[in-house]
Every structure is written in C-alpha cells, then in structure tokens.
Write a protein that binds this ligand. Sequence first.
Ligand SMILES: Cc1cc2nc3c(=O)[nH]c(=O)nc-3n(C[C@H](O)[C@H](O)[C@H](O)COP(=O)(O)O)c2cc1C
Length: 409
Amino acid sequence: MDTVTPPESGGHTINWDDLVALPPYSSSRSAPIVGALDRAIAEIDAAVGRNGDTARRFVPSAGALYPYDVVITDPEFCSAAVLDPVTRKLRVPENTPLPTDVDHYGWMVIGRPWLSMRKYGRRGYLYHLLDIGHALVNLGMRSGRDPLSARLRERSVGLSEQLGGVPRAIGVIAPSASGAASGWVLDIADPAAPRTRNEFEQTAVAIAPDQSPEPLDLAGMRFDDTWPAVSPRRKSAPRFGAPGSVAEAEGCLDAAIASGRENLMRLNIAAPHLTMVGRAELDRYLPQDELSVALAGQRHLCGPDAVVVMSAEQPHQNCVDPDRQRMLLAAGVIGQSIYLEATARRLGVTGIGGIDPRAWRPLLPPGHVAFYVVAVGADIAAATEAKLDALTAEGHLRNRELTGSGVRR
Ligand SMILES: Cc1cc2nc3c(=O)[nH]c(=O)nc-3n(C[C@H](O)[C@H](O)[C@H](O)COP(=O)(O)O)c2cc1C
C-alpha cells in the first residue's frame, strides 16, 4: 500500500501551522472579454459550463466534481487560459494576453484526477476519465475540422507541463460572427503567483499511471442533429418512476450506442464491452433487493427500463495503460451519447458509477468486470431534485443509509 508522506511539519499529527500557514494570496484583476474570444468562450461554456444561473452543468460528473479543466489557446499557441465555469472567469496570466479577434481558438481538456480521487480514492481515477469522455461529446459537437488542430496536437504535450495536467483531448472552435456573448470576465493573474497542490493532491498525482495516451482530436466526430438543441435539458435522473416502455428504452440505447461507436471508430479508439439489459432480464438475474445490491445500495435508482453495463476483461498486468485510459474515455463518450439521445426522447437517464461489480457478473462474458452502468427509464423527479451521490462525502455508502436498502456481502 502507498503511504502518504507527512508534510514537513514532522510527524503524523496535524500541527497548528498546518491550519494557519497558507501561501501568500496574490491579487488578480478583472477585465471584460471582448470580440471573437468572448464568442469562443460562449461556445465552450454552452458545451461544458453552467446551465443558466443554476449550479447544474451541461454535462454530468460522478459526484458533481468535474475533475478537469478546459483551456483555451490562441492560434499560435503562445498563450493559454483556464476557463472556470463556476465563477465564469477566464484565468489568464498577466504577461501573455490572449488575442481577442482571431478566426479560430484551440481548446484542450486537462485532467485533474485528484478532484475525484480526494472523494473516491483510487476509484476516482476511473471517474475522472469517464467524466472527461462525457464532456468530449459536448465539446465535439462544437468543434470543427481545422488544419490548426494538427499543430495544436503537436504543441499540447509541452503545454501540459506548463498547465500541470495531462491533456486528454483537443479541438478547434471557430466562433461565428453572430455568436452569443459569454458574460464571462478575464481574471488576470500575477504570473509569479505559485500554483500549489496540497499533499493529498500530490499523492493522487504520484499514484496515477505514469503513461498516458496522446490527446484525442475530436475534429472528425459527427452527431445526431437533435442533440445540440436538447443538450440544455439534459440532467441525471435522481430516481426512476413507474415502469415505462422497455422497447423505447432499448431503442434509445441502440441509437445512442450506434452513434457512440461510429464516433469511436472515427477517433480510432476501442469501445468497452457493452451489455444491454432490459427490465425483464434485470428482474430475472437481479430479483428483488439484488438490483439495489448491484447498484451499491442506491435503491432510488432501481426501476430503470433498460441499462447498459460497461465492462472489460482484467488486463494481464493489472495496469491502466494508455489503451485502457482511452477505452475509459470511450466509455464516457458512449455514456454521453446515451444521455443526449434519452433527453431527445424525453426519457430519464443517469450514469451509475456506484455499483457492486460482483452482482453484474452473471450478465457478462466470463472474466469481465463491470465498471460503469448507464440506466434509462421514467424520471419522476423534479428538475431541481438533487442527486444523492453529489450531496454526501461518503457518496454511495451514505446512499444506503438514506434509502435503508440492505447490502449482501
Ligand atoms: C461517471 C459517472 C458516474 C455517476 N455515478 C452516479 C451514481 O452512482 N449514482 C447517482 O445517483 N448518480 C451518478 N452520476 C450522476 C451524477 O450524480 C450527476 O451527473 C451529478 O450529480 C450532476 O447532476 P446532473 O447530471 O443532473 O447535472 C454519475 C455520473 C457520471 C458521469
């Protein structure tokens, strides 16, 4: 087992200094964002940002943690700024301003696995890749084919060191002259301000796989025409209602999976193994309380009309090599395709990372381990109802207490 090296305070206990010593605050100033840069940010905001004035974002995320940053760069890749959808600020260093009126801007998604790992431990590394995969569909819908992306790809590795994380995907946005205004502001930071990670974040980085794949270039992706318009309605069902039509749910999964697979072929990455299970089969293999066990006690998510179980064989060396990482991004791409298709068909949908893989085994090919389930059914919750897994520090364990479901061990 890895051990966490205690900080220099000497010893395992928390000292007073740990509570009161902070890096000096370095002030930043704000400025309006204008021109094409503002419209490019509006495009990215509409893909992965906040939905109006709510806390809800256009993409789902396990525990609502959003463990990645989106970075925007100029065509010459001289400057890079981090978008912060929560405060709607574009953090840009004082000495390298982004040009405000160019035809194209590049973007990159940089993984921040520790944001998930500090809640979910090592399993959080999985969630950060699934979450990024979900975001890639929305970003792909707004990114065009562009010769600039080849240059951005070349540059992205060098920039990753500068930006403190692995770039998982790149794309190019051509803001249209009539595009919406973003309503964001520039947050101009002092370049000398230190960027610090606490010791838990450093541990997360230290135990992450040391090799990562080249970033995906989303230029070639294609999407159903209805998806951009329905994406603002997307949400995760907090619970499922009375049984609906299994044929509708399975039709939705079929269409979404076909679209997802096509895009994965264009990206040249392998999909995970997908097993579609309708309600009758769920009742047969996981009767009564066993579905709630399979969903790690999330009884409120029982009652979907159909689910897709994503699984993979145990790798020989038990490692998360670059191909596995790509396959997990691919799983997120399939997941988001299901979210958008279900939203278009007015079905409830939710990703479910809190599962008990042992319970799903009888439904899978021999040797396969389930790692992610996406469920479709009738959503009875109001749009404002909160997701339990996003509310609590203990995530799925706390769900068991809240819903009182039994867990077989
Ligand atoms: C990879 C992944 C795993 C998730 N796992 C669960 C889960 O186990 N239980 C659950 O209720 N919701 C789960 N969700 C849904 C999130 O809770 C939801 O996206 C988040 O709370 C934000 O809510 P919204 O999607 O409605 O905007 C998951 C979402 C993703 C992308």
